[in-house]
Design a protein around this ligand. Structure first.
Ligand code: ARG
Length: 586
């Protein structure tokens, strides 16, 4: 065994081998369950002995002793091995092993090779952001974009070919009213100045002018039918709505560093829904109920009576029809091994019904079934726990929210570092402000509501973007002072193994990077990576306070520069995987 990327996985393999070497009964059934340990006990802990012994009525401590005795000597060279409690096996890396890991993991490429196993060779389609066209993006659209982008980057880092697909809500009854209003009241000057603003105004006018049961609504409906029948004028208008919407969305995506590969919105699946109706009906999964085509799931407590409506009674397609067609397209056209859809928790039922239906349908027809994941998240609330609104009670536009983040960051940078030239302060503020918004979202467990707090997200202390970005900038400044490029092998050549308690604590945290990536990528939960980066930055800060880096002793200096360089590499890599851009000076 050598100090490879994924120490926990290596130890897992080693313990499995020890189980057969020790001649354990039913050795192949032994699952070591190696996890990152509480640092007071070691670096990694194998918990699996307990379950193995219990189910076979054996003494777990005795089993643990047998396993430890069967470990190859190379493992003992790398770690100190102890048995604790009823039969936990603890591994604590020796300083030489820590040094070996740090030496080999000297670039993002090397980190990536090690991490690539999880999704190597797989294609994953990530469906995120996906706002509805002809409307501005508001604060509610932030989470899907930010979480989705981090998920893409984590999957790509672990070896997947990632296809970013923006599944725009670009089809539906609202376009009848919008066309109706556009034809009557469009203001060309306003449209030229801020198209999406004007479309939003028109949509509101259309809604007010065509209430339920009114003759105006009938006219609006006819516009919709014309659009659906391919009437050139209405199709051209609808195209224009999509184009200006996308241009406005792209401004936001640019600020967040997001680039989609495809924008295959609901309209793209218009001509693909008939096949869905046919196949589901032929497979005996769909039935007509009160005029609509529906799917029941008899094995499910709720969906045995609450149907999944896949075609409306008036014959029109709906969100379910297009999503079913989307799943098939992603399987057939992209050869997807995995599909991730990122929306808020309110769509949980829809996706549960969708996935149940897709699994049965694909099995019946022999379509290749990808792994299906609905990545949900909670609402964005203010500090009072209520939905986030402007003072006048309107929804907050994402554009203005990002502007405010940058303005606030600029005020902070200006107060802290008035000596930096204004241009540079503006650039810093742009990255810190946007990064703070992204990071605040990602650092909380996505399943919870996200409490939006300017003060918390911009704080220079705590689990925040400014704290991490500042740590990165501080390490860069050490290298500037040393006149060394971070990671320069010449500066690290003389490094010896970590020795002081703060050096050792930092090194032990560094080698846990792969576990943080694995947790975040497997669970599609970026907050695990955030927590790791925050703890890493804290351990770095303790090291930096206790151990002077730029000392005269060449071996000591090299070893501390090595620790600085690897901390920097992991912080920068980790932040990049979250979509947060870093700075060299702050
Ligand atoms: N447009 C939808 C919304 O705004 C989100 C679409 C998510 N993706 C999907 N395949 N349904 O809620």
């Amino acid at each position: 065994m050598h100090a490879s990327f994924h120490l926990a996985a290596d130890l897992d393999a080693v313990l499995r081998a020890a189980a057969s070497a020790a001649g354990l009964a039913d050795a192949s059934a032994f699952a070591p369950e190696v996890r990152t340990a509480d640092p007071r006990h070691g670096d990694f802990q194998a918990n699996g002995v307990l379950a193995y012994a219990k189910s076979r009525k054996l003494n777990p401590r005795g089993i643990a002793e047998q396993l430890v005795a069967a470990l190859p000597p190379a493992v003992r060279d790398l770690c100190e091995v102890t048995i604790a409690g009823p039969g936990f096996i603890n591994f604590t890396l020796r300083p030489a092993a820590l040094l070996a890991w740090l030496r080999t993991h000297d670039s993002e490429a090397h980190l990536r090779t090690g991490a690539a196993a999880a999704h190597a060779g797989q294609t994953w389609v990530v469906d995120y952001s996906a706002p509805n066209t002809a409307k501005q993006m508001h604060v509610g659209h932030l989470r899907s974009a930010v979480i989705g982008e981090a998920v893409c980057r984590l999957l790509a880092f672990t070896g997947a070919r990632v296809i970013r697909d923006n599944h725009l809500g670009d089809w539906g009854t609202q376009f009848g009213k919008l066309i109706y209003a556009y034809k009557r009241w469009v203001n060309p000057a306003a449209l030229a100045a801020d198209a999406i603003e004007e479309l939003e105004r028109l949509y509101k006018l259309g809604n007010e002018a065509a209430p339920d049961g009114s003759p105006e609504l009938e006219v609006a409906r006819r516009e919709l039918v014309l659009l659906q029948q391919g009437d050139p004028e209405n199709v051209a208008l609808w195209r224009k709505f999509s184009e200006v919407s996308l241009a406005a969305f792209q401004e936001i995506y640019d600020r967040l560093g997001i680039r989609f590969d495809h924008h295959l919105g609901e309209s793209f699946y218009n001509d693909k829904v008939d096949r869905v109706y046919r196949e589901l009906t032929e497979a005996g999964l769909a039935q007509v109920s009160e005029g609509a085509l529906v799917v029941f799931h008899p094995e499910h407590p709720r969906f045995k009576t609450q149907p999944f409506i896949i075609r409306k009674a008036d014959g029109a397609s709906n969100y379910a029809s297009t999503d079913l067609a989307t799943a098939l397209y992603r399987s057939e056209h992209f050869g997807a091994h995995g599909i991730v859809i990122v929306t808020d928790f309110r769509q949980a039922d829809h996706f549960e019904q969708l996935f149940l239906t897709v699994r049965k349908w694909f099995a019946a027809r022999g379509h290749r079934l990808p792994e299906l994941h609905h990545v949900t998240f909670g609402a964005v609330t203010g500090e009072d726990g209520k939905a986030l609104k402007t003072r006048s009670g309107d929804v907050i536009r994402l554009k203005l929210l990002l502007d405010e983040a940058v303005d606030r960051a600029f005020a902070i940078v200006t107060e802290k570092s008035p000596e930096i030239p204004e241009d540079e302060r503006r650039e810093i503020a742009r990255l810190v402000g946007i990064g703070a918004v992204q990071y605040a979202d990602l650092s909380q467990n996505r399943s919870s509501n996200y409490v939006f707090s300017w003060d918390k997200m911009l704080a220079l202390d705590g689990n925040t973007a400014p704290y991490l970005l500042y740590a990165v900038a501080r390490i860069h400044s050490i290298f500037r002072k040393a006149g060394v490029t971070p990671g320069d092998p010449a500066a690290e050549a003389a490094a010896t193994a970590p020795e002081t308690p703060t050096e050792i604590a930092l090194a032990r945290k560094l080698v846990k990077f792969p576990d943080a990536i694995r947790l975040a990528a497997d669970g599609l939960r970026p907050h695990y990576l955030c927590l790791y980066l925050f703890e890493l930055a804290s351990d770095y800060s303790s090291f930096n306070n206790a151990d002077k880096v730029l000392v005269d002793d060449p071996a000591l200096r090299a070893r501390r520069l090595l620790l600085c360089a690897r901390t920097l590499l992991l912080l920068e890599t980790g932040l990049r995987l979250l979509g947060v851009r870093t700075l060299q000076r702050m």
